[in-house]
Design a protein around this ligand. Structure first.
Ligand SMILES: CC(C)(COP(=O)(O)OP(=O)(O)OC[C@H]1O[C@@H](n2cnc3c(N)ncnc32)[C@H](O)[C@@H]1OP(=O)(O)O)[C@@H](O)C(=O)NCCC(=O)NCCS
Length: 179
């Protein structure tokens, strides 16, 4: 997948992204609100990147590499993580390196992913999940136009503790009413 906004450029990962991929996967701060366990050796990161790329080749789903258009720097990752082809719905997600937080990048790429899902993949519904205490991510989803549909109590377990998860969604009808 290749997508652009005024600020950002998103493309499929390739193996030569390993150094950037490892920087993201080994940054503890990025994974505070996630079940993902940071990776601290390049061999494991290489394997994860390889698996991600083969899944992407098979079904087109998964995180893609995100770059700044102006500087060409790697910012993090975003993408359509999964698609339920029976019900025509998909899940979006993003993870950015801390030095790029607070610039509106996650909102920018989320809006673009939502547009792509409705206008190119022709889905009926776009969804996203964020831990309730991940205030920044919940804010991103709200700013992107997704609606908070419910809070799933103790839906996830991170480092031995249960957390509530906010479930966001937007239907095709609601999207095209506003766009
Ligand atoms: C969550 C994340 C993607 C946000 O990226 P970002 O590019 O900084 O997001 P944006 O700049 O588009 O928007 C962030 C919003 O959250 C707000 N925000 C950030 N931290 C906040 C906090 N602690 N309390 C309240 N609001 C907060 C910002 O002010 C901004 O809202 P505003 O525009 O109304 O001021 C980024 O912090 C990240 O990658 N975190 C680690 C990985 C992660 O949590 N991924 C998502 C898993 S669901």
């Amino acid at each position: 997948m290749k997508l652009e906004t005024d600020l950002l450029f998103l493309r499929d990962y390739v193996m030569s992204d390993l150094e950037n991929f490892y920087r993201l996967k080994s940054c503890r701060e990025v994974w505070n609100y996630s079940t993902f366990i940071p990776v601290f050796d390049t061999a494991t990161a290489k394997n994860e990147l390889k698996n991600l790329i083969s899944k992407q080749t098979a079904d087109g789903m998964g995180f893609c590499a995100l770059f700044s258009k102006s500087s060409g720097e790697y910012i993090g990752e975003a993408g359509i993580l999964s698609c339920n082809t029976n019900a025509d719905r998909c899940v979006i997600g993003y993870n950015l390196l801390p030095s790029f937080w607070g610039n509106g990048y996650a909102t920018d790429i989320s809006k673009r992913l939502i547009k792509y899902a409705f206008e190119n993949l022709n889905v009926e519904r776009v969804e996203a999940l964020a831990m309730k205490n991940n205030v920044a991510s919940c804010r991103v989803l709200e700013k992107s136009g997704l609606i908070l549909e419910g809070v799933l109590k103790h839906f996830t377990k991170v480092r031995g503790e249960y957390f509530d998860v906010c479930y966001y969604g937007l239907t095709r009808g609601d999207y095209f009413e506003k766009n």
